[in-house]
Design a protein around this ligand. Structure first.
Ligand code: F6R
Length: 612
């Protein structure tokens, strides 16, 4: 989704901004642009397409200036073309701004401004704001004009604004779209995402909704929208540059698939060893403040989107089986507008890699406003969901750059397993039952290592099925969500039509699709529903359908039934999703690579979906 990078300091800003834009590419975008204060002027260059095209357009033009703003746009209002790209300016080209988010009342505001003779160049909602600031600027200084304009806006924004009349100053503001100020030595780098600024500094200030920062070469001051001073703490980033680069892998997605053993180890570190010794609870510091309330909850609603939603489904099976807490999983986009039944004993859990997904954030706000306890399972430290929930746990899987989520998913399930132990221990779960899960969890990283080492075989299978235009993914109980996730991965990365189904539903419709050209991927480990799955596989075979099976090591019988088999180690049934998903991630990856697609930035997708 859209990305912002801005610079105020002593250095020439254009190269810093271009480099920052490249770091934001992974988020998915369709055009880019840059504005730099250059002596008395502000120079803007914009281009549809990749940052490379913007660089070509800039060519040998030496734009020098120590203040600048830049943006990668993911079109929402108006086509992805040069004109609709950011930065946008007012009529006199005094005000230049980049905007993430959506101004919901832009049409109303546009009409109001058109009556006052403002002329618009683009179809965007963002340009309206530049004109609104111009309008207020007729009687007010830069900052006051910005504050007045912001008061009139309905919607979300992350903004960086410069003015020709008050050069040397930048205003940045946030409401619903993340913005971070990186504080360096005599300079500030502002970005919508820390990965664009970690190469400059590890000291950051996270702006909260309704906050506005005024930045110049001497420093920054932060106020709320009513111009009342706000004191902010500087946080230290724990991510480093090395972690956000490819490290020898051809793609971030493959690197992140291979990083899963380490990510799971990081997620477990310090959380279960003490528990195994003192027979108490897993160590989950983020749940401490709400521990007493957690004992009383009798209903859980998990809200999430996409891949995170599927990890939530795995969580439902775990919570209900081991902790005995009734659990619903809902798409955050549905929850936020639906009147679900909440009470003081309901906990609403948001699961999100980015911690910024607009729908998930809105769902949590809705739950909070209705008195529910809110919890977060989030990867990005300091993100909005992590800050706005009453408690939670970080997944600690490090930066996930590939647009398709992989390591975040297995880490989310790790946290869900830890929470199952916690909720279970608070109720009737015995220490020995919990200990069994803890001990098995510790073995999972090694098991995932074994699966990823099998990458060549998985690549061969992907090659064999290259002509298939459809896939049916099936699994049952704990692996039904994995069938859904497997289908989502191949859709995203290979643009192949795939459907995920609980295997018991096959006979109620999808089996009609099956013929020799429509292969099925069956997740069929040796678990409590193994026999049921075997029947499903036989029914597909009887209709000429091809089967790729994900089976448990040692299941020789599967070789006789399925056309191709990918083996995973044996583990507890509740933890099989953490293993079964890995070959499916790799299958989708190789399928996409063999088809020649950009697997790290699939078409039409964005890493962090910060608009509805
Ligand atoms: C799939 C994918 C998306 C995200 C979804 C939620 O590979 O990446 O479906 O899972 O947009 O994102 P987060 O987890 O950041 O809330």
């Amino acid at each position: 989704m859209c990305g912002i990078i801005a610079y105020v300091g002593k250095q020439n800003s254009a190269p810093i901004l271009l480099e920052g834009l490249k770091k934001l590419e992974y988020r998915g975008y369709d055009s880019a642009g840059i504005s730099v204060c250059n002596r008395e002027n502000i120079i803007t260059v914009k281009s549809a397409g990749k940052v490379e095209e913007l660089e070509n357009k800039l060519g040998k033009r030496k734009i020098s200036g120590t203040i600048g703003i830049a943006h990668t746009r993911w079109a929402t209002h108006g086509k992805p073309n040069d004109i609709n790209s950011h930065p946008h300016a007012d009529c006199q080209e005094n005000i230049h701004l980049v905007h993430n988010g959506i101004i919901e009342n832009y049409q109303e505001l546009k009409k109001f401004l058109q009556k006052k003779k403002h002329k618009f160049k683009s179809e965007t909602d963002s340009e309206v704001l530049a004109h609104l600031i111009e309008e207020f600027g007729k009687n007010l200084g830069f900052k006051d004009a910005v504050l007045e304009a912001l008061k009139m806006i309905r919607g979300t924004y992350g903004l960086a604004i410069i003015s020709k009349k008050e050069q040397g100053k930048m205003l940045v503001a946030r409401n619903g779209s993340p913005l971070v100020i990186g504080v360096g030595d005599g300079e500030c780098v502002i970005a919508s995402d820390v990965s664009a600024l970690i190469c400059h500094t590890d000291k950051v200030i996270y702006l909260e909704d309704g906050e506005v920062a005024e930045i110049d070469k001497d420093g920054y001051s932060i106020t709320n929208i009513k111009n009342k001073k706000v004191n902010k703490e500087i946080s230290k980033l724990t991510w480093n540059i090395e972690k956000s680069q490819k490290g020898g892998f051809p793609h971030f997605m493959l690197k992140e698939i291979f990083e899963q053993p380490e990510a799971i180890r990081n997620c477990l570190r310090g959380r279960i060893d003490k528990f195994l010794k003192d027979e108490n609870f897993p160590v989950l510091g983020g749940l401490k403040p709400v521990e007493k309330k957690l004992r009383k909850i009798n209903k859980i609603i998990i809200v999430a989107c996409g891949t995170s939603y599927y990890s939530g489904l795995v969580g439902k099976y775990m919570f209900e089986e081991y902790a005995g807490i009734s659990t619903e999983v809902e798409y955050a986009s549905e929850f936020r507008y639906r009147k679900s039944v909440l009470c003081g004993r309901t906990a609403v859990i948001a699961i999100s890699q980015s911690g910024e997904t607009a729908d998930t954030l809105a769902a949590i706000r809705e739950a909070k406003s209705r008195g529910a306890l809110t919890l977060g399972i989030v990867n990005v430290v300091g993100s909005s969901i992590s800050r706005e929930t009453d408690g939670g746990s970080y997944t600690l899987s490090g930066p996930e750059i590939g647009v398709a989520s992989t390591k975040a998913f297995t880490s989310q399930i790790t946290v869900l397993a830890l929470w199952t132990m916690m909720f279970g221990r608070q109720r009737k779960m015995t220490f020995s039952a919990t200990e069994k899960i803890a001990k098995e969890l510790k073995k999972i990283p090694e098991m995932v290592e074994k699966i990823v080492k099998n990458n060549k075989d998985i690549k061969k299978i992907a090659k064999k099925y290259m002509t298939a235009e459809n896939f049916l993914y099936m699994g049952r109980k704990y692996n039904y969500p994995i069938a859904m996730e497997g289908a989502l991965k191949i859709k995203e990365i290979s643009y192949i039509h795939a459907e995920g189904y609980p295997s018991g539903e096959m006979k109620h419709g999808p089996i009609a699709l099956i013929d020799e050209d429509f292969p099925s991927i069956f997740i069929c480990p040796k678990d409590s529903v193994y026999e049921k799955n075997i029947s499903g596989i036989q029914e597909i075979k009887a209709r000429g359908g091809k089967i790729i099976a994900v089976a448990t090591e040692g299941d020789k019988n599967m070789k006789k039934i399925a056309d191709d088999v990918i083996y995973i180690p044996k583990t507890l049934e509740m933890l099989t999703p953490m293993l079964a998903v890995v070959p499916l991630q790799m299958f989708a990856y190789y399928f996409g690579v063999l088809k020649g697609f950009n697997v790290d930035q699939p078409r039409n997708l964005a890493k962090s979906v910060t608009v509805e």
